[in-house]
Design a protein around this ligand. Structure first.
Ligand SMILES: *Cc1c(COP(=O)(O)O)cnc(C)c1O
Ligand code: SF4
Length: 467
């Protein structure tokens, strides 16, 4: 008898086999199935009279999205304290990233706990929470521009490239890696121009077609939600027509922040379906990549939207950013992963937070990522279990968080290598300083000590690599 059938016999409820039966799961283990439904937005006084028809209309959502602190405060009047109002006002003025929040998102925030709410934390900056940036942080920390042969086309890996056709999104996330380009200029940052520009697109297409090794294009941004249906088709058809291209992914935050659009913008959803179907006939894969960070971002509306895509045979994968106070607890990440699976979205990656300006309060240590991963793996199907990665600052690409050559938990310095992207190079990642001991934080204030801590970590990494 083979091991598998032996196991299944043991698990069967024969007399005497009771000890082998798993106890019934506690209710908390099924929480991923409980999705928020009903007219939840009516709890916000400003939306008390908004009908279901309006709330489910993506145009209503877009038109009522909030970009100015005055408008936000008008919606929240009576819901939050003066202290919160002052804090958010300061946050809006100091944040390097534009602010844009949909009414849907605002309705999902628990306004009785606005300082700690995980959705508020991602989209609405508070002056009191901002920490100084890490001394080793640069604006385009991933060197996307340095690796760009055409503006908005990053070719870092051998067989895949990242195409940024536009620089706007349906909402703006505080933690955005592309704050160097995405959104409007803010008080602190003048952005690189990556507007919709046919001429720039054609240069990108020409480059992609000229590189036979390129097989896989990530169309990101900005956000594919903000492409017009005709633009989606133009990009999709141009790429599918290239013999070398085998895989296309359209990246959008949309399902997490405005799932209504999938259901009510028929022209957009039909355009996506048309490209996916065209790809399928050519035996090329076209999929959607999205970006849920917290289980509460998945509601009954999300489920309806994902069901529609599933019925149309469109694969959806998810990339999460690990953020302090948002999803850095085991229970939260497990619930997110299980809930994504429940609505047929495959958890693909969890990113250890990039070194981005103005969001030190959101970063976690690498150690936190490793600990959460240990508890998530095994809680559901392996193919629904995300890989935890560090996108190595300086252009090393994504690395399995566990694959560091050296990690000094005391100084927070980790060192990675990336043989298939750049053999022989070493890449550093840094834990946020406020998570380190007071003595080590003091060392980080001295440039000489910074160099010493990095040199020590690098020497240890090199010793290990050379064996
Ligand atoms: C993330 C990324 C890709 C895609 O990488 P995968 O690991 O295949 O998801 C491609 N190019 C760039 C520059 C990227 O940052
Ligand atoms: S949707 Fe994506 S690209 Fe746009 S602000 Fe958020 S993280 Fe950045």
């Amino acid at each position: 008898m083979d091991a598998a059938s032996l196991k299944s016999r043991e698990a069967s409820p024969l007399p005497g086999a009771a000890a082998a039966r798993k106890p019934t799961a506690p209710d908390a283990e099924l929480a991923h199935r409980d999705l928020l439904r009903g007219a939840f937005w009516r709890a916000i006084p400003a939306y008390a009279d908004v009908t279901e028809e309006q709330f489910l209309d993506h145009q209503w959502q877009a038109k009522h999205s909030i970009t100015k602190v005055e408008k936000l405060l008008a919606v929240l009047r009576g819901l939050v304290s003066d202290a919160f109002v002052e804090d958010a006002t300061e946050g809006f003025h100091r944040a390097p990233m534009s602010v844009r929040v949909s009414p849907y998102l605002l309705s999902l925030i628990d306004w009785s706990e606005p300082f700690s709410d995980p959705l508020r934390t991602q989209f609405i900056p508070l002056g009191s929470r901002l920490l100084p940036d890490h001394p080793k942080l640069g604006l385009d920390s991933l060197h996307e521009q340095a690796d760009a042969p055409v503006p908005g086309l990053t070719h870092r890996y051998p067989d895949k490239a990242l195409f940024l056709p536009l620089n706007t999104c349906p909402v703006y996330c505080r933690f955005c890696t592309r704050s160097y380009a995405v959104g409007a200029d803010t008080d602190g940052v003048e952005k690189v121009e990556l507007r919709v520009d046919e001429e720039r697109w054609h240069r990108a297409f020409a480059y992609i077609a000229s590189r036979p090794e390129l097989e896989d294009i990530v169309v990101s941004g900005g956000d594919a939600y903000n492409l017009r249906p005709t633009q989606l088709i133009e990009i999709g058809e141009a790429l599918l027509a290239m013999k070398n291209i085998r895989r296309i992914r359209f990246a959008t935050k949309g399902p997490a922040v405005m799932p209504q659009k999938v259901l009510s913008d028929h022209a957009w959803t039909d355009a996506l379906t048309r490209i996916v179907d065209a790809g399928r006939k050519l035996h090329k894969e076209v999929v959607l990549h999205t970006h849920f960070n917290h289980p509460r971002e998945i509601t009954g509306i999300t489920e309806a939207a994902m069901n529609l895509l599933f019925e149309r045979g469109i694969t959806v994968r998810n990339q999460t950013v690990l953020q302090r106070g948002v999803n850095d607890r085991v229970e939260t990440m497990r619930l997110l992963v299980k809930r994504l699976g429940h609505v047929n979205v495959h958890p693909y990656y969890v990113y250890v937070h990039d070194l981005v300006r103005g969001v030190e309060d959101l970063r976690t240590t690498l150690g936190t990522a490793l600990e959460i991963e240990k508890h998530v793996r095994g809680c559901t199907a392996g193919f629904n279990t995300p890989t935890f990665v560090v996108d190595a600052p300086g252009g090393g690409g994504k690395r399995d968080a566990h694959s560091f050559e050296h990690y000094d938990r005391e100084t927070g310095v980790s060192v990675f290598t990336s043989p298939s992207v750049h053999g022989g190079a070493y890449y550093f990642y840094f834990d946020p300083l406020d998570c380190l001991s007071p003595e080590v934080q003091k060392r980080w204030r001295s440039p000489v000590e910074q160099d010493a801590m990095m040199a020590k970590a690098l020497a240890a990494a090199k010793a290990r690599v050379r064996g």
